[in-house]
Design a protein around this ligand. Structure first.
Ligand code: BGC
Length: 374
């Protein structure tokens, strides 16, 4: 995942194709299954003929981080393979713009709305508006709170936080003991709270015993690297160089943290965590300035989301294996697994899955210090 950010609003996908009958087989495993019939919403309110094909509206918070560009491209590709068109609008982290984007997509009579909210609470309004127009809503990656959301598709976000904190605890210079800085994500993003909750669960006993001391902690507004940098600058000013690790909640904030550390000659000496497997973060892991990231297989998420969106738009029965509480009630959810990536398994995870190439990951690393090419 790489490439410059662009916030342009785009229409993707093939021209309308004749509606195809898709056979989607849902495997019924012996776990708790929640059947949800979405037939009540969608379809008739659009006033479209069958020949229009399925149109999915994708409202995105931002395209700034590399991962969101990959999400968009893979989602659109998979939807296209299923014969659906996707209208994409990105709001540049602005709630007013995102609400107006949703209005535009409703006016375009999309069959289903897929939303990555900037503010998970503010976008409850979008769910109400869409439902009034008979359009079902799927929250993608980030949940929309306090709303009658139809479906939520994401990773197990508390697990992400647990894996980050577990890695940190186990890899401190003295395992289980040390002085750390915590950088949380955007307060407006429900995921940021879920990552924190997972981290808290692991760290609490160590903090309670006084083995781990949090010297400084703060939320990075809008997940911006420059805000993360400021947080680490403040930590260094307050506590001097006595920091063993920075528990950064994603790769963007890890990047800001590492910039602050390198200005003090501390990059590579202080453990830094991350999340997203951004190419630049993988390069930092190869170089030793970032210790780990969490790889969230976007291929799985985007394929799953696109397939579910088409099922929902076609008014077929969707089966969800879990639920997530959003303040209004339990929302049927599809949650996918995540993987810890370190220097030791770069090749067996992200490179093997084609998320980054060998050459990208080891760019800047002298040939002699690279692992054998797979
Ligand atoms: C996502 C992360 C991402 C962050 C910033 C979160 O909601 O789960 O993968 O790094 O937003 O965009």
């Amino acid at each position: 995942m790489s490439g410059a950010a662009d916030e342009t609003n785009t229409v993707f996908g093939p021209e309308p194709v004749k509606a195809r009958i898709l056979l989607v087989l849902v495997s019924l495993v012996a776990s708790v299954l929640i059947g949800l019939a979405l037939a009540a919403r969608g379809g008739s309110a659009t006033g479209k003929s069958r020949d229009d094909g399925i149109v999915i509206g994708l409202s995105m918070d931002t395209l700034k981080e590399a991962r969101w560009q990959a999400d968009r491209d893979m989602f659109v590709r998979r939807a296209g393979e299923l014969g659906a068109r996707v209208l994409v609008l990105a709001a540049n982290s602005d709630d007013t713009v995102q609400v107006s984007d949703v209005e535009k997509l409703i006016t375009r009579k999309v069959d289903v709305l897929v939303v990555i909210p900037h503010d998970g609470t503010a976008m409850a309004k979008a769910v109400t508006m869409a439902h009034e127009a008979g359009i079902p809503v799927i929250a993608y990656d980030r949940i929309i709170r306090d709303s009658d959301l139809d479906l939520y598709v994401s990773f197990d976000n508390e697990r992400v936080g647990e894996l980050q904190a577990k890695f940190l605890v186990d890899h401190l210079p003295t395992p289980g003991k040390g002085r750390i800085v915590r950088i949380y994500g955007a307060k407006t993003d429900n995921n940021a709270s879920q990552f924190k909750r997972g981290q808290d669960r692991v760290l609490e006993p160590y903090i309670a015993r006084g083995d781990i001391v949090v010297v400084h902690e703060d939320w990075a507004e809008d997940w911006k690297p420059e805000n993360a940098k400021r947080i680490v600058n403040a930590a260094i000013t307050a506590s001097g160089p006595g920091i063993d690790a920075v528990l950064a909640s994603n790769d963007g904030t890890a990047g800001g943290a590492i910039q602050a550390l390198s200005e003090e000659g501390l990059a590579g000496k202080v453990l830094v965590t991350g999340q997203d497997a951004d190419t630049v973060a993988l390069q930092r892991i190869a170089a030793g300035t970032q210790a780990m990231t969490i790889y969230k297989p976007l291929k799985t998420l985007t394929r799953g989301a696109a397939e579910l969106a088409v099922q929902v738009a076609s008014k077929r029965l969707v089966v969800a294996r879990s639920t997530v509480e959003n303040g209004h009630g339990p929302v049927p959810a599809a949650l996918y697994d995540v993987v810890t990536v370190t220097r030791d398994n770069l090749l067996d995870t992200v490179v093997r899955d084609g998320m980054a190439t060998y050459d990208d990951v080891y760019r800047g690393i002298p040939e002699a210090r690279r692992p054998p090419r797979p």
